[in-house]
Design a protein. Structure first.
Lengths: 259, 328
């Protein structure tokens, strides 16, 4: 009975949180289109989220390409289909693996940092102080961060995909004597707009989700410093889950469009 | 770090990301003929075998365009629109043939444009429809293979039945294998046949030798064999001879009939030929007639000079003279 009550309470709090998140997102759109605009803060956040995440994304992307190629190659060799390696790797990376893996990494790095930063500002009453001083903390802290993640995640994914393909091309060059020119020729032969465009569009939603959940969790954190850790942790967990949901919807919609 | 340095690095980062994205879009667009001048042509197929929009179009094994549209016109006609780069389109003639094939054993479908054997000058233009040919699809091959297998099964059954019958000694083949007496007869027959063949061979050899020994150069046979003009003349002679012999035959028949008539009828010729007294009488009568005629002429001359008839004869002479003048 107690379990049932607890389960129902959890369900209720989940929907309550979804409602709060939706209202938070609504407020973002409202504040984002109304002046004044915090361009300087936006550029600063773009730099921290884009440039500072690039190394992590580049290393991850490179390793992703290398490992994916090394793991797939023996299986394709069994079927005598090694020539299909560039096509298979490029479609997998550009359509699905690249955006999802890089978004998850960014969720871990950016989402948690936003949650922790805003959470600590909340528990140390810095946000309240901003309100008192006449600054709109939502516009300054939330809108700029969500906008920055929305703009930077697609760029990080594009660069990450490219580096992953370079990693794959290096392995193919070493193992299969495939030249870089031939590799990228086959990559562009295999890829179509229906692969690139939906994958790119969904990364904007990924970025938006990472910024939104991170800011929401941090902005609404409670219970002192423990709340900061919880906000940071739950921001990553919720964002990761949300990314998969968005990915599912994006794949479903693009499949409807292109079929 | 100053704001300027941060902005520079951010700008570099954004530029790199956007540049790679634009590069990817350009390469993909270029592959799908979205940029540059293109020629849009179409072809009508009975079956497109799973061809999809965006599949490659190849000309002589080179990717030259993409499939831009597939429309079902009716139950036996499917229109496939293709976009081909203008540079390549200048090499494709209006009588080129389109066919749908698979790119490798498990690859996607492609439209293959094949140059026609008949050379023409006219090149394809936007809106042209080129002819299509259907190649055998995998399903068709499997259907044919299935029929072949069924036939092979029937054939095997028949062969089994025949071999069983042979083993039991049934039929001619079975008897040949099982019946030793028949086998001996066949052996003897074959031996006789061998002897006959040998004799025939010897005879032919002899005949051949005789023919070779005959000198065909200086005789009529050689002339007939070599000179075609003489052969034609000879043929004409034979034709004429045949015609003449037919006419002679007819003449002979007529003469026979005439002689028969002479023999049987009682005409004057029959008397002339057979009755000698009548012939003598006839001769005397003819002499008398000749003398009577001479005397009649003398009497007529005397009448002309007589005064009673002289006027009549002069009148006749004048009339004759007038008619002669008229005629002249």
């Amino acid at each position: 009975m107690a379990d049932k009550k607890s389960f129902l309470k959890n369900i209720g709090s989940f929907f309550e949180e979804v409602g709060d998140l939706s209202r938070f997102a609504g407020r973002f759109f409202k504040e984002a289109v109304s002046p004044p605009f915090e361009f300087r803060e936006l550029l600063k956040q773009c730099y921290y989220m884009g440039n500072k995440s690039f190394f992590l994304v580049a290393v991850t992307g490179f390793i992703l390409g290398v490992v994916f190629t090394l793991q797939t190659r023996p299986t394709l060799e069994e079927f005598g289909a090694v020539a299909w390696m560039p096509s298979m790797i490029s479609i997998s990376i550009v359509r699905e693996i690249g955006p999802v893996i890089i978004a998850l990494i960014c969720a871990g790095r950016i989402g948690s940092s936003i949650g922790a930063e805003l959470g600590s500002m909340k528990v140390t009453e810095q946000i309240d102080a901003m309100e008192v001083s006449g600054t709109n903390p939502f516009k300054f802290l939330v809108v700029t961060r969500i906008a920055a993640t929305t703009l930077m995640i697609p760029l990080l994914v594009i660069l990450g995909d490219f580096i992953a393909l370079i990693g794959s091309a290096i392995i193919e060059n070493m193992k299969g004597d495939v030249s870089f020119q031939l590799y990228f020729n086959q990559v562009f032969d295999a890829l179509k707009f229906s692969d690139l465009m939906p994958a790119t569009v969904k990364t904007f939603f990924f970025g938006f989700a990472i910024g939104l959940v991170g800011c929401y969790k941090g902005y609404n954190s409670k219970k002192g410093t423990a709340g900061v850790g919880k906000a940071s942790n739950s921001a990553v967990v919720y964002t990761s889950m949300l990314l998969f949901i968005i990915d599912f919807i994006a794949v479903f919609v693009s499949d409807l469009f292109y079929s | 770090m100053s704001n300027t340095a941060q902005n520079f690095r951010l700008g570099l980062f954004v530029f790199a990301g956007v540049f790679i994205f634009i590069l990817a879009v350009y390469f993909l667009g270029n592959r799908q003929n979205l940029f540059g001048d293109n020629v849009r042509i179409s072809s009508v197929f009975k079956n497109v075998n799973g061809l999809q929009m965006g599949n490659n179009v190849r000309f002589a094994g080179v990717n030259v365009g993409t499939v831009r549209g597939i429309t079902i016109l009716n139950d036996t006609a499917i229109n496939v629109d293709m976009l081909i780069s203008e540079k390549t389109a200048q090499l494709i003639k209006k009588n080129a043939l389109a066919t749908i094939t698979s790119d490798g054993l498990v690859g996607s479908m492609i439209v293959n444009i094949i140059p026609n054997d008949i050379f023409i000058e006219e090149r394809i233009e936007t809106g042209d429809t080129i002819s299509s040919i259907s190649k055998i699809a995998t399903a068709d091959m499997l259907t044919t293979l299935n029929t072949t297998n069924e036939n092979a099964a029937l054939l095997t059954q028949d062969l089994l039945r025949i071999t069983n019958a042979i083993n039991k000694g049934e039929g001619v083949l079975g008897a040949l294998i099982k019946d030793e007496a028949l086998l001996d007869d066949v052996k003897k027959s074959l031996s006789n046949l061998q002897q006959t063949t040998q004799t025939a061979k010897t005879s032919m050899f002899e005949l051949n030798r005789i023919i070779k020994e005959v000198n065909f150069d200086d005789n009529i046979a050689g002339l007939l064999l070599k000179d075609t003009v003489s052969v034609r003349k000879l043929a004409t002679v034979f034709d004429n001879l045949e015609t003449s012999s037919k006419e002679i035959e007819q003449l002979t028949k007529n003469l026979n009939a005439f002689s028969e008539t002479l023999k049987t009828n009682e005409g004057i010729l029959n008397y002339a030929l057979h009755d000698t007294i009548a012939v003598k009488n006839l001769d005397a009568t003819l002499k008398n007639a000749e003398e009577a005629s001479e005397r009649l002429n003398e009497n007529m001359e005397a009448l002309k000079h007589n005064f009673l008839f002289r006027g009549y004869f002069r009148k006749l002479e004048r009339q004759e003279a007038r008619e002669e003048r008229r005629q002249n």
